[in-house]
Design a protein around this ligand. Structure first.
Ligand code: RAM
Length: 391
């Protein structure tokens, strides 16, 4: 293994680390790696200000990334130590750049790529619409990128472009949000999809006392991951007699846009005055909904569960808006994706069930049914443990 020795990237799981690298995007251009960090947003600042500041920053990043998309080597790329082999180019294409969740995932992707001795880059759109990733894939294909790691905004819209990339020799690793399985070699999934759904149903049922109206506030309507989780949530509500008194009255979409998610939360409460709880299986949606609830009489009365970043949710757990939510360590997702890309390129795996590869400090990973690699279990965050996490 090449690359400089370093501490574990999963340092965020250690308590009391300073949040100094919290919002960051790294881009590599003409041999120079730039880290853009939102230092305007210390932990505990208002979420609105924080997200607005980062959105402005990310606009710059996306424009730069569009212009030079991902072709150039990282700090220590370009040599295998003997000066003969070209570094493996691994390009990450998240659903959208201006999403704090993406930043954490990418920090793991960068660390994994560095550990492999690969050439890391990031490109991506600023909004998660179905077709927004196609032009980025085309550029990566033209540049001969060896591994494209993609979180799909739509399982099929990216298909033809990914097929072309593969025809040119690229390996495709889906992560976070899957493509149609025909278009990728493996999918790195944070957790077992059904488990993500079940934990959220359990949490909402606990918090509303087992009966009443609930709603779902999701990301975009096309997102594969969100739709998979919602499908399992609906199935569980319909089939488990424990949940017979819970009624799902609405599903709305905040498009992983802070302002739209905030408005959708507001809209839900005015359209459904008897609403007892909201499930938001997206980090953007749950933070925006918490911010809305925290300033209204609904605070502490309407339950809010879902998937959130501890650093974004901390203030709402402390002020009593939110009792408990869930997530996993997003950095592990990017980290494992980088190693999967390398394993595909060097032929260790093909994406067949039972294939195994080593993912650095996370050890051996196995490809399961459907070409899916599961990374880790979900964690519940509440007032008792939220200060132990820093991501
Ligand atoms: C949002 C995105 C992402 C999802 C997380 C939990 O940031 O929609 O795809 O996995 O939430």
């Amino acid at each position: 293994m090449r690359g400089a020795p370093r501490d574990s990237i999963f340092r965020r799981l250690r308590p009391n680390e300073p949040p100094d690298t919290w919002h960051q995007v790294t881009i590599t251009m003409k041999g120079i790696t730039m880290k853009l960090v939102n230092t305007l947003a210390p932990r505990g600042a208002g979420a609105g200000r924080r997200i607005a500041a980062f959105a402005a920053l990310a606009t710059t990043v996306a424009l730069v990334a569009t212009g030079c998309a991902a072709a150039t080597p990282g700090d220590d790329a370009g040599s295998d130590g003997e000066g003969t082999t070209e570094a493996l180019s691994i390009a990450f294409l998240p659903k959208q750049l201006n999403n704090p969740y993406t930043d954490v995932v990418l920090s793991g992707g960068e660390a994994g790529t560095e550990e492999i001795g690969g050439e890391y880059s990031v490109v991506g759109p600023l909004e998660a619409s179905a077709s927004s990733q196609v032009s980025f894939i085309n550029t990566l294909t033209q540049q001969g990128t060896k591994v494209i790691v993609i979180a799909a905004n739509d399982p099929d819209a990216v298909g033809p472009a990914l097929e072309e990339a593969r025809a040119g020799g690229a390996k495709i690793v889906a992560f976070d949000s899957d493509t149609n399985p025909d278009y990728r070699d493996v999918f790195i999934s944070q957790v077992v999809s059904k488990d993500v759904a079940l934990i959220q149903v359990e949490q909402i049922a606990e918090q509303i006392g087992g009966s009443g109206e609930i709603a779902i506030l999701s990301a975009t309507a096309n997102a594969t991951n969100q739709n998979e989780w919602i499908k399992f949530i609906e199935e569980e509500l319909a089939s488990n007699p424990e949940y017979a008194d819970i009624t799902l009255v609405a599903k709305v979409y905040g498009d992983d846009d802070d302002a739209k998610s905030f408005q959708e939360a507001q809209g839900l409460l005015s359209a459904y005055p008897n609403l007892k709880g909201i499930i938001s299986p997206t980090t953007v949606g749950i933070a925006a909904t918490a911010r809305y609830l925290s300033t209204t009489d609904y605070k502490g009365k309407v339950a809010l569960v879902g998937l959130g970043l501890p650093n974004e949710m901390r203030e709402f757990v402390k002020d009593g808006t939110v009792k408990e939510f869930a997530l996993w360590d997003p950095a592990q997702l990017g980290y494992v994706a980088a190693f999967a890309g390398q394993a595909l390129v060097d032929g260790t795996i093909t994406g067949a069930v039972g294939d195994t590869f080593m993912a650095g400090e996370l050890g051996e990973k196995e490809v399961g049914e459907g070409g899916i690699v599961i990374v880790g279990p979900p964690t519940r965050f509440n007032a008792d443990n939220i200060d132990d996490y820093d991501f």
